[in-house]
Design a protein around this ligand. Structure first.
Ligand code: K2U
Ligand code: ZN
Length: 173
C-alpha cells in the first residue's frame, strides 16, 4: 500500500480521456489499494485513476463518510452510466485536484451504473444522494472533465488562476 501524489489542476493529464482496462492484474489491484489509501488519507469520498496520473478507466469511492459509518470502499472498472433520472440535484462540489475550491454543480439525482469489479464480474447498481453525485464526478475524471467545466467561464478562470498561483508557491517550496 502506498500513497500516490494527486495531480493539481491545471495539468494536461487531468484533461485526457482514460483508456479502457482489458483485464484485472495484480498491478491493477495494487493501484486500487493505493487509490483507496490515498483517498482516505486526503480525506475524500472518491478518486479517479487519472488524478494519480494513471490513464486507466478505474475509480474508487466510499461515500459512507458519516463518522460512525462502517467504510464501504467500492472499486469501479470501465464504469458506464446505463440510466439517469429525470430529476436533477445540486451539490456544492469540491475536488482533490482543485483544493479548497467549491461550487454548485447540477447533475441527475440518480444514476444506474454498470462496471467490472476487481473480481472480473460485471455489476449494475443504482446510486442516489451523495453517491450519485460522487460517481458522476469520478466518471467525469475518466473523460478528462472537471467540475469547474460546468461553471461560467469567468468563475472557471478565477479558480484556474488560483490553482496556478498555488502551484507556483508549491514549486518554490
Ligand atoms: O474526485 C475527487 O476529487 C474527490 C471528490 C469527490 C466528490 C466531489 C464532489 C462531490 C462528491 C464527491 C471530493 O474532493 S472528496 C471530498 C469531499 C468530501 C465530502 C463531501 C464532498 C467532497
Ligand atoms: Zn475530482
Amino acid at each position: 500500500m502506498a500513497l500516490r501524489n494527486i495531480l493539481i489542476h491545471p495539468d494536461p493529464r487531468l484533461k485526457k480521456v482514460a483508456d479502457p482496462i482489458a483485464s484485472v492484474t495484480d498491478d491493477l489491484r495494487r493501484l486500487a489499494d493505493d487509490m483507496l489509501e490515498t483517498m482516505y488519507h486526503a480525506p475524500g469520498i472518491g478518486l479517479a485513476a487519472p488524478q494519480v496520473a494513471v490513464m486507466d478507466r478505474m475509480l474508487v469511492m466510499d461515500c459512507a463518510k458519516e463518522e460512525d459509518a462502517t467504510p464501504e470502499p467500492m472499486v469501479l472498472i470501465n464504469p458506464q452510466i446505463v440510466w439517469t433520472s429525470e430529476d436533477r440535484s445540486v451539490y456544492d462540489e469540491g475536488c482533490l485536484s482543485i483544493p479548497d475550491q467549491y461550487a454548485e454543480v447540477e447533475r441527475p439525482a440518480e444514476v444506474e451504473v454498470e462496471w467490472m469489479g476487481l473480481d472480473g464480474k460485471t455489476t449494475r447498481a443504482r446510486f442516489d444522494g451523495l453517491w450519485a453525485t460522487c460517481v458522476q464526478h469520478e466518471m467525469d475524471h475518466l473523460d478528462g472533465k472537471l467540475f469547474i467545466d460546468y461553471l461560467k467561464p469567468l468563475k472557471r478562470q478565477m479558480i484556474t488562476r488560483k490553482m496556478q498561483k498555488l502551484k507556483r508557491e508549491m514549486a518554490r517550496g
